[in-house]
Design a protein around this ligand. Structure first.
Ligand code: ZN
Length: 270
């Protein structure tokens, strides 16, 4: 956990720092609790509330008490009890009930070492009154950072050019933009315009999670430009299974949104 407090490390035995009790008894990928734990669905009460129209849910409090430390190798199991359901209350969120769950955590000898009192508010989500429908702007790409060292690159794209920095002292090309030549440490530089031609050096295809505004599957390529530098960008027009390292690609500059143009690659015949 990265908690190096000597309290936990320097006794007779290394002990687990108190943490969210839940973490020790989370359900596994099959939805099962730790062996020895309750086999009932401890969330059933929430489902029941949903069935009665109280579909809103908000966590109100989570009070934890630790009676003993856990040591390495301890096996943990837990039980949950609904200790209280309040009368119907009116709140700013809506009308609903406070549900309090008592979760008890036991070690392998059935000694209670921790407990948590968890309160949720289950409420009826008020129906929205018809009113002005506000237009939702489609999500945009996050703007790149443009600073003294990189502005030329982004401005170049806005002007329809893919620019590569070139050292004015030794002629070495470099990308991504940086203030100093790695070959000769010169701070003097200019740019050349790339043809946008190159070969796929490596690639990855994003399938999930689908984050707007990108299209999915989203193929990202690392391209060896013919001029001799590498550039990361998007590849379009290829099915993921047809993308291959070494394929010849060509970039075109596309204005993707206001103030942002990007080089987009496409596979071409070698
Ligand atoms: Zn140089």
């Amino acid at each position: 956990m990265g908690d190096n407090n000597s309290l936990y490390l320097e006794g007779k035995q290394v002990v687990a720092p108190p943490t969210m009790l839940q973490m020790w008894t989370f359900r596994d990928v099959h939805g099962k609790y730790a062996p020895g734990s309750t086999d009932q669905d401890t969330y059933e009460v929430l489902t029941r509330f949903n069935e009665f129209g109280f579909s809103g849910s908000v966590a109100v409090s989570y009070d934890q008490t630790y009676h003993n430390y856990l040591a390495e190798g301890d096996l943990v199991h837990s039980y949950s009890t609904i200790s209280e359901i309040s009368d119907l209350k009116s709140t700013r969120l809506g009308e609903g009930c406070f549900v309090t769950e008592l979760a008890e955590y036991y070690d392998a000898n059935d000694v209670l070492f921790g407990e948590a009192c968890i309160t949720y508010f289950k409420y009826r989500i008020p129906e929205k009154k018809p009113g002005k429908v506000s237009k939702i702007e489609p999500p945009k790409r996050i703007s790149p950072v443009e600073n003294h060292d990189s502005k030329h690159f982004w401005q170049g794209l806005r002007d329809g050019k893919l620019l590569i920095q070139q050292c004015q002292q030794c002629g070495t090309l470099r990308h991504p933009p940086q203030p100093m030549c790695e070959a000769c440490q010169s701070l003097r530089w200019s740019t050349i315009e790339s043809t946008g031609k190159g070969s796929i050096y490596s690639y990855t295809v994003m399938h999930y999670p689908e984050i707007p505004p990108f299209d999915y599957p989203n193929a990202i390529v690392l391209v060896d430009l013919d001029e001799g530098v590498r550039l990361v960008s998007q590849l379009r027009g290829s099915e993921p299974e047809n993308i291959a390292i070494g394929q010849r690609v060509q970039a075109w500059i596309e204005p993707v949104q206001e103030n942002l143009s990007l080089p987009i690659f496409e596979v071409i015949k070698a």
